[in-house]
Design a protein around this ligand. Sequence first.
Ligand code: GLY
Ligand code: MN
Ligand code: MN
Length: 435
Amino acid sequence: MADIDAGAHRRALLERLAEENAACLVFSGSPAFRNADSEYRFRPTSDFLYLTGFTEPDTALLLVPNGEEAKSILFLRERDPKAEVWTGRRLGVERAVEALGVDDARPVDALFEDLPKLLAGHEALVYESDGGGARDRDVLDALARARSARRRGEASPSAWIEPEATLHELRLRKDEAELEAMRRAAALTTDAHRAAMRAAKPGMLEMELEARIEFECRSKGSTGPAYTTIVAGGANACILHYVENDARLEDGDLVLIDAGYEWNYHASDVTRTFPVNGRFSPEQRTLYDLVLAAQHAAIARCHVGSSFDDVHDAALDVLVDGLIEHGLLGGTREEAIESESYRRFYMHRTSHWIGLDVHDCGAYYRDGESRPLEPGMVLTVEPGLYVAEDDDTVEERWRGIGIRIEDDVHVTGGDPEVLTAAVPTDPDEIEALMA
Ligand code: GLY
Ligand code: MN
Ligand code: MN
């Protein structure tokens, strides 16, 4: 597998920053507490991983295209044998330049002291706000102190810019090494979905399938789940962010599994819906076929020449036509779309960008227009239908059915590449796999 080339990412960003005479400051983040003093396993921010590949907490990267001696400076924790006994090994300042290919490395404690001087000569700072928290205050304070450079006739940042137009534009278009990592994430995730399909039986707990998926992915070296796994039997599938996973799977119900694991911190995001007992009922099959047709229509739009919204619109047309045909919706397609009456059954969008983050960065609109798809972009295609248990506007036989089918699609110069195609969506193939 090609390794992620963080050095190439830094060089590309430095070029963009130079055009705007901007510096860029990115933080790794710190461990988060789950409860009391019990920490989650640390996972760096995706911006930081993209630019460094470094996985220690409490670290920052500064890029200064006008820096005289160094263009990339890593601020990291110093070696500390006593602390390392408790919280793990540290690379340390002395080894960082050679290990990571940055131009300079300094102790993280020096960051805010050094920052004003390093920012001199730059007109803007690219930095992602922490929403008015302590980090914002430290950065604003450094910018205020940097202003003294103006008295010497040097520029200092007079603006702070969110990373959307620079760093996040780069992350939106995946290079070959990133695509390879995403293919690996897709491969281990789809293996796990197939294992869960084979293992499912009436009477099992939802969390048994969750555990199965975790086992399959982590035993293949996944860095972890890209988001909290959803295993939703029956009407639980109509709760979009259901994560309790503690109900029993009932004979005759469907089960929806939305689970995606990472490879080297690159996400996958896959949903399959299948019958707990291995056979679709006629109503389940009818709605399933409709969602699958919507997904096929949407994936067919994932090419250059389409916009991001075209993908959603293609799915929506198919879903709405089917809902009308089967009597769940009245009126015409145009009326249903205009009045949004379909939203009772389809309340989410069809796609989001995916990459290092499952809901990856990148603008969806440009000048108010849905953005055209380009080679290297990767998006999910995940239409669904959800009929609430208590929806008395529809015949009883439809109630409590929730279905979503989700794949990750790479836009190429030609046909779309479905990264997660290795787990079946065809209902006959699903029944055969489960038999
Ligand atoms: N699993 C998160 C999503 O489908 O967007
Ligand atoms: Mn998704
Ligand atoms: Mn998903």
